[in-house]
Design a protein around this ligand. Structure first.
Ligand SMILES: [Zn+2]
Length: 196
């Protein structure tokens, strides 16, 4: 079960298509507000635990998204999902402490703690929400279960998508320029040494 993801700059105001994010019904009769967890900076622990969910590390922030179109009958389920998920993110690591208090060997207690802390993230992979979002290192990632809604959303917000791509390309270019400059400098120094 996958989702259709759309990445946008975190600061960009977003527009939703007039489709229920749950059942794709046109012009749903409700808009809701949800809050999502995210981090402001690149996770440090990602280097340690490859592929770990960065939402657990770094300074957590809560980002609210308003105006999510959803029908009245679909909204309760979506709200409940995100409420329980947030609850899970805040509390899932707690059972992970039990083996540590019981004095279990680290070889067992540390992986157990990681599994507990990651369990909400694993759950979202197995049962993705109709609409989800995460905010990591300046990029907002929106997840849709519906391909139709994702495509419409992408079309409406494509300017931002272009900007994410352009920013990434610009970042790469600057990095390469810097590398080239450093290389040139190193070359120049080498020449100096051979001269003297
Ligand atoms: Zn609906």
């Amino acid at each position: 079960m996958g989702t259709y993801d759309v990445a946008l700059p975190e600061t960009q105001p977003i527009v939703f298509p007039p489709l229920c994010v749950v059942c794709e019904k046109e012009n749903p009769d409700k808009v809701i507000k949800l809050s999502f967890l995210g981090t402001k900076s690149e996770p440090v622990l990602q280097m340690v635990v490859e592929g770990a969910d960065p939402r657990y590390y770094g300074g957590n922030i809560l980002s609210k998204i308003d105006g999510i179109p959803v029908c009245k009958s679909c909204s309760a389920g979506l709200k409940r999902y995100h409420f329980l998920l947030k609850f899970g993110y805040y509390t899932a690591w707690i059972p992970g402490l039990v083996p540590i208090f019981l004095g279990a060997p680290q070889i067992f207690s540390v992986p157990f703690m990681i599994v507990c802390a990651c369990s909400p993230g694993i759950y979202t992979l197995m049962r993705p929400p109709s609409f989800g979002a995460s905010f990591i290192a300046g990029v907002a990632n929106f997840e849709f279960k519906s391909r139709k809604v994702a495509e419409e959303f992408m079309r409406l917000n494509s300017e931002g998508i272009e900007k994410v791509k352009a920013d990434k390309a610009e970042e790469e270019r600057l990095k390469e320029e810097k590398l080239a400059a450093e290389r040139a400098k190193a070359e120049a120094e080498k020449v100096d040494i051979t001269k003297s």
